[in-house]
Design a protein around this ligand. Structure first.
Ligand code: SF4
Length: 447
């Protein structure tokens, strides 16, 4: 049968969809490039915010007609929303055949067969304390970056977050399993690896901690760039920074979620660090790696957030000058502790704060990006620019997007680019050196 997977949410979900594709490929099914051509349609869902859930509900509603026309089509809902809302889903969308939580994917090929035979709805949203899919290889589309999941679940229980309930407790994959997957990715032509976990730096496997794992991955021949996301500020330590400095192929770029700049709100969020601890950590990172770029996540309008506390968040943002920030309005997630707080902030206040924060961060991003003008940076060519088919877009080690004329460069080349201007979030420049053939040759040799 041909299958189609539509993925929502974070990179963990992208990695999970590749895992599911690997499972289905391995049991004789084939990927369809269009949903309309598939006999198995899977939605890999996200429950992190109400908006994401609404989008998925709307999208699923569009499948009712498809199912009516061809009842043999199998429709499955996977991932976080499946775990969180399985009853709701089946009640409101009875044409959904399968609802599978994030720890049930291994059973998918069998369940597809069962569903065909029995015509019963299948629901399996049990969470496991052990499942890490360590022995399974994802089926990736050709590309530059290989998302590599190193752990699953989260034990931090931030009061706004549904992840510990949808993805279960924290568990890590073996070092050997991760290294084998990275070696396979290199063999397939990937030059960049991003290690993924809900809380990536709390990785721990039989005494091996995240910095040691990072070293093992950095030692895999052919891995030109390594990134990781997202670390928790409380689990960052000097050893991790030392490993980043010691290995040229580990990118000096850290996504470090702040969430709020007020100690009272951070306590209420159960973030386990204070504003000053976070600030000291960023200062430490910059002392050890002056070129390291730092991005963050911030939630505005958390229950009880006073204007003065929001101002504290703005102050931290201004003081630290993040390279970029993902900013969100707080969204009630049923089942979490913060959903029970009675002092919810009105939506118009949240919206106002969000707009203020976005404006402040945008100005900071522009200033930081301007410091690159006139410099030469190494860029990995990743894709065609959205604006012109004559230009490439690629990222620097520090995760800055750069757009430049293609010249003779090809995707997966590393090129030296002189930065001429900076507009919006991207930098614009021109290639100043010959193409780095070592990478191109390596890629074409395996590919
Ligand atoms: S660290 Fe907090 S925000 Fe991140 S996944 Fe865990 S509970 Fe959610």
């Amino acid at each position: 049968m041909r299958y189609f997977i539509e993925t929502y949410g974070c990179q963990m979900n992208v990695a999970d969809s590749e895992l599911v594709a690997g499972l289905l490929d391995g049991s004789g099914h084939r990927r369809a490039t269009r949903l309309e051509d598939a006999q198995i349609i899977l939605f890999n869902t996200c429950a992190i915010r109400e908006k994401a859930e609404k989008t998925i509900h709307n999208r699923l509603s569009q499948l009712a007609r498809l199912k009516e026309n061809d009842p043999s089509i199998l429709i499955g809902v996977l991932g976080c929303m499946a775990k969180h809302l399985s009853d709701d889903l089946l009640e409101s969308k009875p044409y959904v055949d399968m609802v599978l939580g994030p720890d049930s994917y291994r059973r998918l090929p069998q369940l597809v067969q069962d569903r065909k035979a029995e015509q019963e709805h299948i629901v399996d949203t049990r969470l496991s304390r052990f499942e890490v899919y360590d022995d399974m290889f994802p089926s990736r589309r050709e590309g530059v970056n290989a998302w590599t999941s190193i752990m699953r679940g989260c034990d931090k229980f931030c009061t706004f977050c549904v992840v510990p309930f949808t993805r279960g407790r924290e568990r890590s994959r073996s070092v050997a399993g991760i290294v084998a997957e990275v070696e396979e990715a290199v063999r397939q032509g990937f030059v960049e690896v991003t290690l993924l976990g809900q809380n990536v730096n709390s990785y721990q496997y039989e005494g091996t901690r995240f910095p040691d794992l990072l070293e093992s991955v950095a030692a895999v021949p052919g891995v030109r760039r390594i990134r990781y996301t997202s670390p928790h500020p409380s689990d960052m330590d000097d050893r991790l920074l030392d490993v980043m400095v010691a290995h040229d192929n580990i990118c000096e770029s850290i996504h470090l979620p702040l969430q709020a700049g007020s100690d009272r709100i951070l306590r209420r969020m159960n973030r386990s660090y204070t504003r000053s601890e976070y600030i000291r950590l960023v200062e430490r990172i910059r002392a050890v790696m002056p070129e390291c770029t730092i991005s963050t996540d911030i939630i505005v309008g958390f229950p009880g957030e006073q204007d003065v506390e929001f101002q504290e968040t703005l102050q931290v943002v201004e003081q630290l000058g993040f390279d970029s920030a993902f900013t969100f309005k707080y969204s009630i997630r049923p089942g979490t502790k913060a959903a029970e707080y009675e002092d919810q902030v009105p939506d118009e206040v949240k919206q106002e704060r969000l707009e203020q924060l976005i404006a402040v961060q945008k100005a900071i991003t522009l200033v930081r990006n301007r410091t690159y003008v006139g410099r030469e940076v190494e860029v990995l060519v990743e894709k065609e620019s959205k604006k012109s088919s004559l230009q490439w877009a690629g990222r620097t080690d520090g995760n800055k997007w750069v757009v430049f004329d293609k010249e003779s460069a090809r995707i997966k080349d590393f090129v030296k680019v002189h930065i001429d201007t900076s507009h919006g979030v991207a930098l614009q420049g021109h290639i100043i050196n010959a193409v780095d053939l070592s990478c191109q040759e390596a890629y074409h040799a395996v590919g």
